[in-house]
Design a protein. Structure first.
Length: 158
């Protein structure tokens, strides 16, 4: 078991990071939209090739306006292409940051849970030996496992 998390994150670093995130979110709030999961699922998705396609189509629509249908909002297409391109670096940075934060939180949780299981086992042994305080500690921790019961052994493979 690797111990990748070796020190606590200082409260000031956490507070500063959260303040910076909130400040960035507030700065962009007038320009951002919130979609429901259903709305997100229903939208056409843009991959790397589609981004270049949309950017080029917007350029052509703007430079060749007489070839565009009247119902096409060329200015809107140009804004959409620009906003997508402008937000991409921010998205990539935030996505990487969110992945690192989640990975660190996940690793810390895993390490903590594994160590807590060792501590719980030690407390159960101490409780069986009537060590002071151990029975109360086990009584407080054991509800976590109350609904798990005994697991059935897997059938032997032929």
């Amino acid at each position: 078991m690797a111990d990748l998390i070796t020190k606590a994150v200082p409260a000031k670093a956490l507070a500063d990071a959260l303040a910076a995130i909130r400040q960035a979110r507030q700065a962009l709030a007038p320009y951002l939209v919130a979609l429901t999961p259903e709305e997100r699922a229903s939208l056409p998705k843009m991959g790397d090739k589609s981004v270049a396609f949309v950017t080029k189509a917007a350029e052509f629509a703007q430079s060749l306006p007489t070839l565009m249908p009247q119902y096409l909002d060329v200015a809107g297409l140009v804004v959409d292409a620009g906003v997508n391109a402008d937000l991409l670096p921010l998205y990539l940075e935030l996505n990487g940051f969110a992945t690192d934060v989640d990975s660190t939180r996940m690793e810390a949780g895993s390490e903590g849970y594994s160590s807590a299981l060792v501590a719980y086992s030690a407390l159960k042994i101490a409780a069986s030996l009537n060590q002071p305080g151990a029975q109360a500690a086990v009584a407080e921790l054991e509800p976590r496992f109350a609904s798990q019961g005994k697991r059935k052994a897997a059938p032997a493979k032929a």
